[in-house]
Design a protein. Structure first.
Length: 149
């Protein structure tokens, strides 16, 4: 796990750096999608997340869910196209999980990709870390993990 100015970034994920979303390819070929630590910090304390429903088809770049925080309401764009096969419904009542554990319990949706080759449009490994290093330093960002319930 890389840590840049307090921002945790697992090197094994695929990132849409511009949108601050991540994708994790699971062993069964499905893809788990979420917001980065950076996105969660910039949003502030997340109160509520409304993930897209199971069965919904989502094009790459379109809304995987809606986030409401103390200072922002907006969409989370999906980094890959596919059909939603699982939605993290627990985020409807405990949105702060995205702040506390963005790459674990704070995942938003799991999809069956319609075009797995789209992962090639995302950055991973050292390329992703370098892109985030530049973004974080250029924008003078610092991440925090929210601990309060």
């Amino acid at each position: 796990m890389a840590i840049i100015h307090g921002c945790e970034l697992p090197e094994n994920l695929y990132y849409n750096v511009e949108e601050d979303t991540w994708a994790r390819l699971e062993e069964d070929g499905t893809v788990t999608v979420g917001m980065t630590c950076i996105a969660a910090t910039r949003a502030g304390k997340i109160l509520y997340v409304s993930p897209k429903k199971e069965g919904k088809q989502i094009p790459r770049g379109k809304n995987a869910g809606t986030v409401e925080s103390n200072k922002w309401v907006g969409p989370v764009p999906s980094p890959i196209s596919g059909q939603v096969i699982a939605a993290n419904e627990g985020l409807r009542v405990k949105g702060i999980l995205v702040n506390q554990d963005p790459y674990g319990a704070g995942w938003i949706i799991r999809i069956r990709p319609s075009n797995p080759e789209e992962l090639a449009h995302l950055l991973t490994g050292e390329a992703a870390m370098e892109a985030y290093r530049r973004k974080i330093e250029d924008r003078n960002l610092h991440c925090i993990q929210c601990a309060e319930e």
